[in-house]
Ligand binder design. Structure first.
Ligand code: DGL
Length: 279
């Protein structure tokens, strides 16, 4: 029998903790369960099928844990797996539960922040190839120019704690150069990967002053608050006991050592072997 009903927050690794941090600040009254699929990270260069299968397994695990609502705090999983899970899987496996992503809330507001009507999306290869941002943004802001740049080295630099070193300068400059070459008039640059806020300082060092750098944590937190207000049938089922639990599919020691940098507070995690508990 279930004894807890936390909101699930998922990422391929640590990145989702940057979102969880803002969610917890905005909505401290709810219970939260975080899962990082560190054993299989990064997702960014993997195929649609693989990202979908991994994400679905993790979503099923969250449901087993009692979560009425799961946030995919990972752009890659939101881009490659969310729609299929919402449309094809949920009606069968858990019609009364919900899974939300991070792309739509961002797409809904990004056009309001640009004066030049020209925005840049920095993301993983998988998110860029999926075209999810240009497609989703066009629904809310037709005519807004959207330029994308895949930054495949940024997640490995961050996951390996090299984001403050000289290697990071090289790859940050390279991708900023590329995106401004594509769109000279960009005045809003979105960090469309939940790992990238860790590179914020480095990016700002190399960014023209007029460009706004946008990360997703607060946007997703505001959007979740709004969703819970509009959906009392889900909100009433979310636990409110102050629970914060962290799980990783890899070493808990590594997770705890790294996670605090992303979450901004100490983390003590537990291990779960997803493939052995979900098939
Ligand atoms: N944090 C994930 C995202 O927002 C990407 C990390 C990965 O490549 O696994 O896209």
């Amino acid at each position: 029998m279930q004894t807890r009903y936390p909101i699930g927050v998922f990422d391929s690794g640590y990145g989702g903790l940057t979102v969880l941090k803002d969610i917890v600040n905005k909505l401290p009254q709810y219970d939260y369960l975080y899962l990082g699929d560190n054993a299989r990270t990064p997702y960014g260069n993997r195929s649609f099928e693989t990202v979908y299968q991994y994400t679905l397994q993790c979503v099923k695990w969250f449901f087993q844990q009692g979560c009425p609502l799961v946030i995919l705090a990972c752009n890659t999983a939101s881009a490659k797996a969310l729609r299929t899970i919402q449309q094809n899987d949920l009606p069968d496996i858990a019609p009364d539960k919900r899974v939300l992503g991070v792309i739509r809330p961002t797409a809904e507001i990004i056009g309001t922040l640009s004066e030049t009507k020209s925005v840049g999306i920095l993301a993983t290869q998988g998110t860029v190839i999926s075209e999810s941002y240009p497609l989703e943004i066009a629904r809310f802001f037709p005519g807004l120019k959207v330029y994308q740049e895949a930054c495949p080295m940024w997640v490995p630099l961050i996951e390996n704690n090299e984001h403050q070193g000289h290697g990071a300068d090289f790859f940050v400059k390279k991708h900023l150069h590329n995106i401004f070459e594509k769109g000279e008039t960009i005045d809003v640059l979105l960090l469309a990967c939940t790992h990238y806020p860790l590179l914020r300082e480095k990016i700002e060092e190399h960014l023209p002053l007029v460009v706004k750098l946008l990360s997703q944590g607060k946007i997703v937190a505001d959007s979740l608050a709004d969703y819970l207000l509009r959906h009392p049938e889900i909100e009433s089922r979310c636990g409110k006991t102050g629970l914060r639990e962290f799980y990783t599919t890899d070493s808990t020691q590594d997770f705890d050592n790294h996670a605090a940098i992303f979450y901004g507070a100490p983390v003590i995690s537990r291990h779960v072997d997803i493939e052995s508990v979900i098939n």
